[in-house]
Design a protein around this ligand. Structure first.
Ligand code: SAM
Ligand code: SF4
Ligand code: SF4
Length: 340
């Protein structure tokens, strides 16, 4: 079954946040001192998540990415992976992590059926890591990346959010590092999503600037020609090294966006910038049948018209999308709740 929204975009990709908690405090995601966590009783159990994923796959979802907060903080995550990996309709089961706990869990996750891992890595400098993530865990992240490679995660990806004046001097070092561990690096433009309360346009390093700087160092760069709805555009250096750029801020890709997001407490958002979500948890915990849940999800998707990042691009004077007070009132707007 293929459900299309008002812009003919299919429902295919589900980001599954399994916790809103995190062991880092990245400046572009969780810059505040205090956060309000979701109450435990509201968090979906693995059985509830697996039931919902089965409903989503019956509607055409074939890609699931487990995320958070920091997903490896969720206890027994491998059990959830095992449940999801058993679904014959899922062609892609992936995880995005900050890598701090990956050293301990990579092998178990791989054995449970996880196929792909993306590790967020913004810097190779301990002092920059400390300043950016407000924790001293760079060595653990690097150990996590090595553990993922050793566990046999072939398509290992490293995601770097670029911040002007913070880590933009490391574009080449990060690319060389990715090459040395057999991973593909993706540069991500800093987005003004909920949670990024310190976002300013002048901190964004654009796709054009990345390409210019890499060309200065490596010479000609060619685009990789491929048909894909993935957000990253891929490029190749003369020596064959491939990397990606996710230009979500300066060149958003809403027109082909097939992604939606489920928070750890069962709120479903059809856009990263959506201010209103749908409470699927209450429906699950009522006596609704799978067919009723499926029809509800399908009709909500059919009505979807979101183009959040494109609409933000049209704003002339842009600051943070959501201010601190509004976030305190509605924590579901935060990226670490919604799952990046
Ligand atoms: N904690 C895990 C991690 O950091 O990989 C998973 C959740 S995190 C919210 C998912 C991704 O969102 C990370 O790669 C992070 O860099 C990205 N992210 C968070 N805030 C962002 C922002 N303001 N702009 C661009 N990317 C952002
Ligand atoms: Fe950083 Fe991910 Fe935690 Fe956000 S959720 S603070 S991006 S590690
Ligand atoms: Fe999709 Fe919304 Fe992101 Fe655009 S802003 S790519 S519609 S999630």
């Amino acid at each position: 079954m293929n459900v299309l929204d008002t812009l003919q975009r299919p429902l295919r990709n589900l980001r599954l946040s399994v916790t809103d908690r995190c062991n880092l405090r990245c400046a572009y995601c969780m810059p505040e001192e205090e956060y309000r966590w979701l109450p435990k009783r509201s968090i979906l159990s693995f059985e509830e998540i697996a039931r919902l994923v089965a409903v989503f796959t019956s509607l055409g979802v074939d890609k699931v990415r487990i995320t958070g907060g920091e997903p490896l903080l969720r206890r027994e995550l491998a059990s959830l992976v095992r449940l999801l990996a058993a679904s014959p309709r899922l062609t892609d089961l992936a995880l995005t992590t900050n890598g701090v706990l990956l050293d301990q869990q990579a092998r178990e996750l791989r054995d449970a059926g996880l196929r792909r891992v993306t590790v967020s890595l913004d810097t190779l400098q301990p002092a920059t890591f400390r300043a950016l993530a407000r924790r001293d865990d760079l060595e653990r992240v690097l150990a996590g990346i090595r553990a993922a490679r050793d566990a046999g995660f072939g398509e290992l990806k490293l995601d770097t959010v670029m911040l002007k004046g913070t880590n933009d001097g490391e574009l080449c070092d990060l690319l060389e590092y990715a090459k040395s561990v057999g991973a593909e690096l993706r540069y991500i433009e800093y987005m003004d999503v909920g949670g990024a309360t310190r976002w300013r346009p002048e901190h964004v390093l654009s796709r054009a600037e990345v390409l210019e700087r890499l060309t200065q160092r490596y010479g000609a760069i060619e685009p990789v020609r491929e048909v894909s709805t993935a957000p990253a555009e891929r490029f190749r250096l003369a020596d064959g090294t491939v990397f990606g750029i996710i230009a979500s801020t300066t060149a958003p890709f809403c027109r082909s966006c097939d992604r939606s997001r489920l928070t750890a407490d069962g709120m479903w958002y059809r856009c990263l910038y959506a201010t209103v979500g749908t409470n699927l948890r209450d429906m699950l915990r009522s006596d609704a049948s799978d067919a009723e849940v499926a029809e509800f999800i399908a009709s909500s998707w059919r009505a979807r018209a979101d183009r959040g990042a494109e609409e933000r691009l049209a704003e002339l004077s842009r600051g943070a999308f959501v201010g601190r007070e509004e976030l305190a009132q509605n924590p579901h707007l935060e990226m670490h709740k919604r799952g990046g």
